[in-house]
Ligand binder design. Sequence first.
Ligand SMILES: [Zn+2]
Length: 428
Amino acid sequence: MPPDLDARLTDAIRAREGELVALCRDLVQIPTLNPPGQHYRAICAYLAERLGKQGFAVEMIRAEGAPADSTEYPRWNVIARREGARAGECVHFNSHHDVVEVGRGWTVDPFGGEVKDGRLYGRGACDMKGGLAASIIATEAFLEICPDFSGAVEISATADEESGGYGGVAYLAERGWFSPERVQHVIIPEPLNKDRICLGHRGVWWAEIETYGRIAHGSMPFLGDSAVRHMGAVLAEMEATLFPLLATKRTGMPVVPEGAKQSTLNINSIHGGEADHPDDYTGLPAPCVPDSCRIVIDRRFLIEEELAEVKGEVTALLEKVKALRPSFTYEVRDLFEVQPTMAPQDAPIVRTTAAAIEKVLARQPDYVVSPGTYDQKHIDRIGKLSNCIAYGPGILDLAHQPDEWVGVQDMVDSATVMALVLAELLAR
Ligand SMILES: [Zn+2]
C-alpha cells in the first residue's frame, strides 16, 4: 500500500471526527436495553437507512423463534454489504447493538450521548456503540478514498450479545451469514482498547449440582438425611482440593486480567431446603430436614483443557465425597458450555491489524484473550471462521458501569486503524 494512501485515509477519518461523534451519539440515544430487547428494530432501521444510501445492499433479519424473540420484543439484526469493483475477499465488522441495564450511580443521562472533556457518555457508549460507529466511519472513509476496491465490506449490528448471542450472531451463523465462502476476515469492535488485539476467549461450563437427602422433622434430624450437609461436604472438598488444583492450571493464552490466566470456578448460587418465601410472608419457616440442595457452578477453562476433563474433575470430586458418605446421592446437570477460541497470532486479520496499529499509534499492539466469552464463539464454532478478532475503542473495565464512556480520540484512532486494515486487505 503506498504511504500516501495511509495519509489520505488518516486525514479522511480526522475530517469525520464530528460525524463520528454524532453517529455514536445517535446510537446511544436509541435505548436498546437487553433485557428485554428494546428498540432493536429502530437501531437496525437507522443503520439500514444510513448504509443503504451509500450503495450497501442491506438486509434486516429477525431471529424468529430464537430465545426471547416475541411480537413485543422481536430480535432484529441488520447486515449491510458493499461489493467492490472486482472479486476479492470480504472484510466484516460485527457489532452487537444491545446494551445492558442502566443500574444506579449515574451522574449523566444514560441515553443522552453527552460529550464532555473528549468523552462521550452513555449506556453502551463503550460497549459497544463507539466501536460500531468507528467501524462505520472507517468504512465510509475507505469507500471515498478507495472507490475501486476489490472484494466486499460488510457491517452488521446484531442482537442479544449480552444474553448469549442466540438471537444475533448464532442465528445468522447457522443460516450461513458467517461462513468462509462469503466472509474471510472478521473484526468485532468490542472495547478492548485501541492498542490491543483480542484473539479470543476462555471456555465456559455452567452446571447445576444437586445433592439429595430425605425429609424428616427438624427436631429429629437423625430420622432424615440432610442434603445441605452433603453439599457442605462437597464445598469443603472443593476448598480442599479443587480450588488449589485449578490455581495450578496456567494457560499460554494471553488472558487479561492476570488473575484469569488460570482455570477458575465461581459458585454462582446455592439453595437448599424450603423455598424462599415472598417478601410479604410473615410466618416462620417449617422445621424440616432439607431433602435437596443445589448449587450453580461457573467454570472457566483454558484452551489447554478438554471440556470432558473439566467435567471429569467435578465428577471425581463428587464420587470421592460419595465414598465417604454412605447415603450421598447427587446429579449434575449441564446448563451451558462454550469452547475456548483463539485466532492464531499469524492469522491474516491479526497481522494486518497489528501493522495498522503500529502505523497509527507508533507502538506494537498487545495481544490479549478475554476472560469471558463474546460473539467470536459463534463465528468460530458455527461459522467456522477462525480469522476473527475483537478490536475496538473503549476501556473494557468501563463496560456495564455507571457513567460508561468512550474517548473521542480513541474512536478516531481505532477508526483509522480499521480504515488502514480495509485498505491493506482490499485495495492492494
Ligand atoms: Zn460488548
